[in-house]
Write a protein that binds this ligand. Sequence first.
Ligand code: ADP
Ligand code: TRP
Length: 328
Amino acid sequence: MTTFLSGIQPSGQQHLGNYFGAIRQHIASQEVEGEHYFFIADYHALTTTRDAEQLRENVRELAVTYLALGLDPERVVFFRQSDVPQVLELTWLLATVTGMGLLERAHSYKDKLAKGIKPSVGLFTYPVLMAADILAYDATDVPVGKDQVQHVEMTQDMAGYFNGTYGEVFVIPKARIPEREKLAKVPGLDGEKMSKSYGNGLWIFEEGKALKKRIGRILTDSRPPEEPKDPDGVLLLDFLSLFLDAEELGEWRERVRAGGAQAPGYGHLKARLIEAVDEHFGPARERRRELLADLGEVERILEQGAERARERAAATRDRAYRACGLRG
Ligand code: ADP
Ligand code: TRP
């Protein structure tokens, strides 16, 4: 039986880059045969967020975003990390078999130090918590981006140390990296990579005037529509390529390339993009509004997920406690 598990840190409103580069794949994965666990890593978020209201808001926003975009809580055990106390119990057990050297080699820790972030003990032991997240549910497959692969390898090491010391308690998981060609790289409004930290993003649920204004900001130049252009150099076409089918995209590209009286101006491309965004995200915007009007329902979904998660994690915790002598 394949058990998929992944987690995401709550980091505020998600943009098109997050959607096409991560969220869409997370949600599509529920179609694959197997068990699915997906959680909001709020304990991990505490290593970088110190604002209580902001954290609450980010967790709510992320839960609503995933549910609105189609995550199905019947098929996926969807929960909040901090609702499963067994994960912290396992974190301690793993910490006692993990050498300092392993954690000192973590790239993400070294990167954060290099950026001048003052490390807390929590930041240093972050990979141990992540290992507990994975091992608690006997996950076999962990879909993650490239930046998290080392953490999954460290999880394999930690599970190996524990199993080597106390017997076969933990299932050894493997990372699943999405094929690169399936991952769209989404440009920002300025043509650089779309990113929260560059302020060049387009929020997934933007609509109406605000959407029009954001799309209006997509970088263009002053060449007239009649002038033939290389479609690869037209940023608006990159945006359209995220939404249009190959046939329609091909037509727009051809018209841009040919120039002349039939060529679309940037205004036309922007209008088509607004329409395409509305079509793509319209139903999800509706669901989001419904969920926001009934946050009790969102809470119930997370609580139900947490119950299922706790059951599984408690069984693993009991196994581990017995193996190391904390219980008979
Ligand atoms: P941000 O800080 O901009 O939200 P993160 O670096 O936290 O982005 O990434 C969160 C997830 O979204 C990762 O899986 C990352 O690969 C994906 N992602 C972020 N920006 C983009 C982008 N511009 N194009 C494709 N994927 C992206
Ligand atoms: N550290 C991951 C990130 O920042 C989030 C995460 C926490 C995670 N625990 C996990 C991902 C377990 C996969 C499995 O993106």
